[in-house]
Design a protein around this ligand. Sequence first.
Ligand SMILES: Cc1cc2nc3c(=O)[nH]c(=O)nc-3n(C[C@H](O)[C@H](O)[C@H](O)COP(=O)(O)O)c2cc1C
Length: 363
Amino acid sequence: VNAEAPLNLAEYEAAAAALVPKAAFDYVAGGAGDEVTLRENRAAFDRWRVLPRVLTGAGEPRLATSVLGTEASMPVLVAPSAFHKLVHPDGELASAGAARRAGIVYTMSTAASYPIEAVAPRAGAWWFQLYVYRDRAITRELVARAEAAGASALVVTVDTPIVGRREADERNRFSLPFGVTFANFDRPEQREMPANAEGSGLATYVQFESVLRWSDLDWLASITRLPVVPKGILAPDDARLALEHGARGIVVSNHGGRQLDSAVAALDALPAIAAAVDGRCELLLDGGVRRGVDVLKALALGARAVTIGRPIHWGLAVGGEDGLVRLLELLRAEIALALQLSGLDDVAQVTRSLVLPTGPLSA
Ligand SMILES: Cc1cc2nc3c(=O)[nH]c(=O)nc-3n(C[C@H](O)[C@H](O)[C@H](O)COP(=O)(O)O)c2cc1C
């Protein structure tokens, strides 16, 4: 693969694999357990086919949309992911800058390796992803800092009361290299991830609240003026409960197969969640989005937009901010191509009838 000019996201992954230290690459690439869910996230997309229409008069593709009221140049957001410095020294400064240049919403992780106040000025519109800390004062402080720095939504990760068992990290005795920290914190307990001679260093970071309840979502909605968006919902009943507890959007996600292995593929959960929510809030989908046509499938099945996780690290690894801009522009071109070849010229025209399960059409 030519690292200068990967043709698609999979080639970015291959190029990144050659550039990033093995333990860091495995941390990004890996999933929990046997990685059934990790594979299934991808496989779920391949179970759907597109039914293109012809002679529709579709012209220049328009990809612009809005997500929770924020304008975006395409229905793709940067998913929150930890420690961008693991793959490039500019870390989140570069990923936020790339999102701004691509005109898309950036989601900043609680576990970023640069602090909120340093990253926010590089981003355009951005959301903050919150891990609820055991210490509620710390949690409040994070929310207040995100608000003060200009976040326009609070994405609350609800699928990580404890960290899933990622065996690659265990085998690699994964730990953070010198200079990479939970940069949002000052105190060593929250800032450092101690090495673990027995396995993954992540297992030693026991700062997250391990007992989360719906009342915690109510509490968060009560302490912020930002729209609260739970991330990591798969059950339609949980989507209904989320609405009752103040959710203004929902991220349908299994954390990229990194938490409960054998959890249902995110795309497989989407249609039933869309039915349960019935238009009462916008849905985002993540897990396995790697091609422009995947984005159209997710929109057809009920998502307002998708978010991408691992590919952010690949773009950064290959070329920092410029590398990630190139990756996002590749994805944008793929979405435009798929849209036009489907006989449509606006992402707003994508409906359920665009896709059908693989197999013969019914007569
Ligand atoms: C290296 C890595 C770090 C992640 N860190 C976080 C995080 O800090 N907070 C969070 O809510 N999700 C985190 N995620 C999950 C992503 O937000 C997202 O759900 C997932 O990556 C989507 O799947 P994809 O990688 O197939 O696109 C992380 C994912 C990866 C790969």
